[in-house]
Each structure stands twice: as structure tokens, then as C-alpha cells.
Design a protein. Structure first.
Length: 248
């Protein structure tokens, strides 16, 4: 159970639930479990649920319900979740495995991270792959997932001057978070490799590959495999595997 649970009015048809004062795997899992309960409890009165690092925004249809009724539903959901042993809701969420071509060519900041940590580039790659990351939030761009937490040994501050263009698929680190850029965009995170699989595709049944509360693992591939996967997935010749999609 989270240390803090408060429910506040966020607008004329919304409430926000605060679970903790900082993100964690347990908090992220609790948010996901609460969202699932509220989807069932509120049904057609629910417009949207917006999870973040340590909060959940609940947007409802004001013509079908009101703040008081939704607040009651939220507290009912929280009580139900809090009765669940922590180990059970920490382990929820789908596991998505993503291939990464790690190199100083595909990840221009890889060597700088290694030098700053007193490690080799190979050690940085190994450490990055060892962790199982929790999807804390999705934002900035469709499919951009904030993943945590990165091992302290390779945690690296954001760049002092952001790049004007970060290539799509770039795998990056900023402080104790890691992420994959789903589209070309400006960005100030440290780049360590590239991931060939599209994270956002409006033609898919689920356009975004993962949701808050899911878990992500990275595994290393070489340049040839990166090129093969990139061409296959972009051309639609190869469907994504259940491991890559986090099939539910």
C-alpha cells in the first residue's frame, strides 16, 4: 500500500488520486490496479483515466454522475487494492521485451556514460539490460514511456544542451530513467542505442505498445539484426512477437 492516498477535485468533471510522494514500482502497480478497478466500477460514466508517476486522473461524464459518486467509487477501489498483498500487485502488468542495437554509432553518448561511471561501454550495456523497468508514465509523445529505475552506476544527468533532433527508436538515459524515442523529436536524454520496433502505430489494435504499470526488458542485438527487424516491422512483413507486444 502506498504511503499517501488523497483524492482531490481536479476540474468540473475530474478527480485526481495521489498515491505517494515519489514514483516506485509498487506505486506504479497500485495505480494500474486501481485504474482497472475503476474501469469496472464506473463503466459508461467514465470518460478517461490518466495515470502518471504517482497519481491517477479520473475524468467522468458530468451528465451521468458527479464528484461525490466518483469519489466513493475511488475509495472503494483503493480499499479493495489495499487489501491485496503488496507482492501481488507489484507483479502485475505485461512484460514487453525490446531489442536494442547498442553501439557508439547508434548511441553517441554511450562512451561518455561509460567514462563518467568508470566502466567500459560493454559494462554499461550489460547493466542496462539486467534491469526490469516499470512503465511509470506515458507522455511527451505518443508511445514515449518513462521507465524506471536505472541502476545508479549508469544514471546520468540530462544533456546541458538538448539535441534539436533525436532519431526515432533511440534508447536513452536521463538520471535514473530510461526511454525509447517513438518518433524523431528534440531531446536532452543520453543516447546509448537504437530500437528497431515501432512503439506507436495507429493501425494496431493497441497503438501504443505498453501501458503504465507494464514492465520492460531490453536485450542486445547486432547491427544486422537491427536492420532486418527494422525493415520487417516497418514493411509489415513480420508481425510483432508476443514478447515484443506484451500480449495480454
Amino acid at each position: 500500500m502506498s504511503d499517501i492516498q488523497t483524492v482531490s477535485i481536479a476540474g468540473e468533471n475530474s478527480l485526481i488520486v495521489y498515491f505517494a510522494d515519489k514514483p516506485s514500482a509498487a506505486t506504479s502497480a497500485e495505480i494500474a490496479a486501481t485504474a482497472k478497478k475503476l474501469t469496472a466500477f464506473l463503466g459508461a460514466t467514465l470518460i478517461d483515466l490518466v495515470p502518471s508517476y504517482a497519481s491517477l486522473l479520473v475524468i467522468f461524464d458530468p451528465f451521468k454522475t458527479d464528484h461525490q459518486s466518483v469519489r466513493r467509487a475511488i475509495w472503494t477501489a483503493l480499499k479493495a487494492i489495499n487489501k491485496t498483498p503488496a507482492t501481488r500487485h507489484v507483479n502485475n502488468g505485461s512484460l514487453v521485451s525490446l531489442p536494442v542495437y547498442y553501439s557508439t554509432e547508434s548511441g553517441p553518448d554511450l562512451q561518455a556514460i561509460a567514462d563518467g561511471a568508470g566502466l567500459s561501454a560493454e559494462e554499461v550495456i550489460a547493466i542496462h539490460q539486467q534491469a526490469e523497468y516499470r512503465v511509470y508514465a506515458i507522455g511527451f509523445a505518443p508511445g514515449f514511456a518513462y521507465l524506471g529505475e536505472v541502476d545508479k552506476r549508469i544514471a546520468t544527468p540530462r544533456l546541458a544542451t538538448p539535441r534539436s533532433r533525436v532519431p526515432r527508436g533511440s534508447v536513452a538515459i536521463a538520471d535514473r530513467q530510461t526511454a525509447v524515442y517513438p518518433a524523431q523529436s528534440p531531446g536532452g536524454w543520453n543516447l546509448i542505442g537504437k530500437m528497431p520496433v515501432p512503439l506507436f502505430d495507429p493501425a494496431r489494435a493497441e497503438p501504443i505498445m505498453f501501458r503504465p504499470g507494464d514492465r520492460v526488458k531490453f536485450f542486445q542485438i547486432d547491427e544486422a539484426e537491427f536492420t532486418r527487424l527494422k525493415q520487417a516491422t516497418e514493411g509489415g512483413a513480420m508481425p510483432l512477437s508476443p514478447e515484443m507486444t506484451g500480449q495480454r
